[in-house]
Design a protein. Structure first.
Lengths: 333, 508
């Protein structure tokens, strides 16, 4: 008994083989999501006709561009242990408002500027109420979600608002170096917010607040200010997504972006952003967005009824969360 | 063998990714005895207790009860076998009452509804029988941490546990609560229970334990069948693995001009204005009973809580009220009392926790975090303060308490222009070796001219480390003593409220 135990101890103690295996597991853990995406992509490329073609790839990227942009800011929001349900409504209102102002002034630039400012204002209100008045983020943004959606319907009288100035449509349909403008904007968002998260005090403090708000405050983090900034920036980016969507549809539509907020949050969670705060990575979010887009795209190509796509999306999300949970549990033991 | 021990650990081994927590550790605990478990933070004591409680599954070896090998796969298995492990972090339902917590899952019912009267009578009677003074109807969240601990212990007793393990039960108890706890432990011993008692307070080990085992770096380094004739120094030396000599290691220093000046400061929790000064290079110890207002006034001075009246100045320059970042800019910082809630950011790395404040001073292009400098800073402190971590990227929650404390200290040591350091219970729940290291950091800072304020509930520590002792009672400063004048009797007498029991048990 004693001898065999001693032998067992000798065997598990840091032999090169066990260390290699541990390292391999580490790599698999860190890149599991990317590996899953690569595998999924390879299988779909091989099995689904037209999937791996330039036109389809561009279409796929275009289809996730709105979600992609807002996922960047939602990542900050979730990383700081907060939540924002109002982004879908901001998308709709920003599109409608941009169209109205552009039509009234005859200037697309003024329309866009006014719409972005409106997004910033909604975001600021969210942030200020949550940070200063200490109201739960879920409730606050649920309220602004309703209010802003209401404003979109009221200002448009419930109708799509067409834009008369054709210059506006370039934003959604023009191509630069073979890729549509919305895709470029999304890529820019990934780059900018990736750097913000990893390389600036703002990003690091966001993660710290999500990890422990009280300790962060005592360590000298301007917690309220960071929180307000997170929501304000999210408002601006959601408005930008709304403007681009309106441009693609050639009109601002008050019922646009319904369920958008949940798709964005799903993409983030799929990308390993923790709802408990403190953990997030831009590479995860990018892969999360791509997985969502790829699955949807492949199902459309395979002529699967759109109604089934809800089922598949939900299932994928559930599996992603379960895998994450298992991973954490293994680390804790 | 005739004399089968009630509990035996046999060749236990446990490895976590990157850390060998326990290696071939075994010891025995007899029925009707209290067995002390000693060792520095990270020595493997808590891991052992989690194995006993069925929370961890050992990689090697086994736990045996009455000679029978047990194979706990989950916490419920251990409970069924009569094992109760009471952890440092308590598990209870804060919104429920004492009674409901004690009877959770088996409340008496009548016509399908909870029979509150019966439950209440039963709970009262059991609490009285145990000599525990608790209101069965009080919600757990209304109780002090010490009282909550009592509830946990009572819960274990009511479950008819035959093996009880207490992991640092007294770290947040008052003297009186400690006395009640000790009486309870002795009663349980008389009833034949086997108990494991983990504490960093050696006097408690001597007072309570029949036998002891010492861990170091995941191995057993000593077993004492009896503690008769064993000296304190022997235990410390075996725990630390080196002779640390005088644990305080105090040496007199020169003091400079007044660095921190506090005039008439008050806050919501400390309504009476408080004034005191600390000179450059001076270490001032604040002593008082729990609730004397020491932590509260320091939080107001630092700006964590609202300052209602008064002025705080560092080197004559006023510090804005209720403004933490202004305090930090003036070189006035605070290491908070509750490390887990207010100190560390658990899911972030050791390096992040160290660099979170000082990084503003070395940004690239005024905007980007300089990872190279931060890595150097973090590695520097990990080495200098001997922070035990596999690497700087480890999440800080996975470190032991002493090492977390050192990381929080490093956060402020990394400040270029540190002038005033306030440390609140810097060594609570920390082992002897790490304590000594923390004292040395305080001395070094004071030697460089930093004004140090140390709050501690351990009187020997306050007396051993401070140049000057300030006693607080009920939110007011009641006495000051120079080193040399201060002793246990006069400081404690000053800190006790009028009309309190005249002869409390001093900590040493």
């Amino acid at each position: 008994m004693t001898e065999s135990n001693a032998a067992a101890i000798g065997a598990t103690r840091d032999t090169p083989a066990t260390r290699r295996r541990a390292l391999l597991w580490h790599v698999v853990d860190d890149y599991s999501l990317i590996l899953i995406f690569v595998a999924l992509f390879a299988v779909l490329s091989a099995s689904v006709q037209y999937f791996f073609s330039w036109d389809n790839m561009v279409g796929l990227l275009l289809s996730v561009s709105q979600i992609g942009m807002v996922s960047c800011t939602m990542m900050f929001c979730l990383a700081s242990r907060d939540f924002d349900l109002s982004v879908g409504s901001i998308v709709a209102f920003a599109g409608v408002f941009c169209a109205i102002v552009a039509n009234a002034t005859g200037s697309v630039t003024i329309g866009i500027a006014a719409s972005l400012a409106a997004g910033a204002f909604v975001g600021f209100v969210n942030g200020a109420v949550i940070a200063k008045l200490k109201i739960n983020a879920l409730i606050t943004t649920l309220a602004t979600m309703e209010i802003v959606r209401g404003l979109a319907f009221i200002s448009s009288h419930g109708q799509a608002v067409g834009v008369t100035n054709e210059a506006f449509f370039a934003l959604g349909s023009a191509s630069v170096l073979g890729l549509p403008v919305p895709v470029w904007v999304t890529l820019a968002c990934f780059a900018v917010f990736g750097v913000l998260l990893n390389k600036t005090i703002y990003g690091r403090n966001t993660l710290a607040i999500g990890g422990n708000p009280d300790a962060s405050r005592l360590a000298g983090v301007a917690v309220d200010r960071v929180r307000i900034a997170i929501f304000l920036i999210q408002g601006v980016v959601a408005a930008l997504a709304g403007i681009i969507l309106a441009s693609r549809m050639t009109s601002g539509q008050p019922n646009a972006g319904e369920g958008f907020e949940l798709n964005v949050i799903s993409a983030c969670v799929l990308g390993g952003v923790s709802l408990m705060g403190g953990r997030a990575s831009i590479s995860g979010v990018i892969v999360g967005v791509l997985i969502m887009g790829t699955v949807q795209n492949a199902m459309s190509l395979m002529n699967i009824d759109a109604f089934y796509q809800y089922l598949v999306r939900g299932t994928i999300l559930l599996i992603a969360v379960l895998v994450d949970q298992l991973k954490n549990r293994r680390q804790a033991r | 063998m005739i004399d089968v021990p009630r509990l035996e650990f046999r060749h236990i081994g446990k490895t976590f990714p990157g850390v060998r927590a326990l290696a071939d550790v075994g010891f025995q605990v007899r029925a009707g005895s209290v067995h002390g478990l000693l060792g520095e933070n990270g020595a493997g004591k808590s891991t052992m207790m989690k194995i006993l409680g069925g929370e961890y599954i050992p990689d090697e070896g086994e736990v045996a009860i009455d000679g029978q090998p047990m194979n706990f796969r989950k916490a419920a298995d251990a409970i069924d076998a009569g094992v109760a492990v009471i952890h440092q972090e308590l598990q209870y339902v804060p919104e429920l009452s004492v009674m409901e917590n004690l009877l959770l899952g088996r409340l008496p019912t009548r016509f399908g509804l909870v029979d509150r009267r019966k439950a209440l009578a039963w709970t009262r009677q059991r609490l009285d029988a145990l000599g525990v003074d608790l209101d069965p109807r009080a919600k757990l969240k209304q109780l002090s941490i010490g009282q909550r601990q009592m509830v946990e212990i009572v819960k274990a007793i009511l479950r008819d546990a035959t093996i009880l393990a207490l992991d640092e039960p007294t770290s947040s108890l008052s003297h009186r609560e400690t006395d009640v706890l000790f009486r309870l432990v002795r009663d349980l011993r008389a009833q034949g229970k086997a108990m494991i008692y983990i504490s960093h307070r050696l006097d408690e080990i001597f007072e309570l334990c029949d036998a002891a085992t010492i861990f170091r770096d995941g191995r057993k380094v000593a077993d004492f069948e009896t503690l008769e004739g064993v000296t304190r120094d022997t235990l410390v030396e075996r725990m630390v693995g080196r002779d640390i000599g005088d644990i305080w290691g105090y040496k007199p220093r020169e003091h400079g001009d007044i660095r921190l000046s506090v005039k008439g400061v008050s806050g919501r929790a400390v309504p009476q204005p408080v004034s005191f000064d600390v000179k450059a290079g001076e270490i001032v110890g604040f002593f008082g009973l729990v609730g004397a207002g020491r932590s509260e006034i320091m939080r107001v001075i630092y700006g964590a809580d609202r300052r209602l009246t008064g002025d705080v100045a560092v080197d004559g320059k006023p510090v804005k009220a209720s403004h933490i970042r202004d305090a930090i800019r003036h070189g006035l910082v605070l290491c908070p009392e509750d490390r887990k809630e207010d100190g560390i950011i658990g899911v972030r790395s050791v390096a992040e926790n160290i660099n979170i404040s000082a990084r503003r001073n070395h940004l690239t292009a005024g905007l980007f975090v300089n990872d190279a400098v931060e890595a150097k800073t973090a590695d520097g402190f990990i080495e200098r303060l001997r922070i035990r971590t596999p690497h700087r990227r480890q999440e800080i929650r996975l470190l032991s308490g002493g090492n977390q404390q050192k990381a929080v200290l490093s956060r402020w040591l990394a400040e270029k222009d540190l002038r005033v350091l306030i440390v609140d219970e810097p060594t609570r729940g920390i082992d002897v070796g790490a304590k000594n290291e923390i004292y040395n950091v305080l001395y070094e800072l004071a030697g460089r001219g930093v004004a140090v304020v140390m709050i501690s509930s351990e009187l020997p520590e306050v007396l051993g480390v401070s140049d000057r002792v300030i006693a607080m009672c009920r939110g007011r400063i009641v006495a000051q003593f120079a080193r040399g004048e201060a002793n246990e009797t006069n400081v404690l007498a000053a800190a006790l409220p009028e009309g309190a029991s005249a002869t409390p048990t001093p900590a040493e």
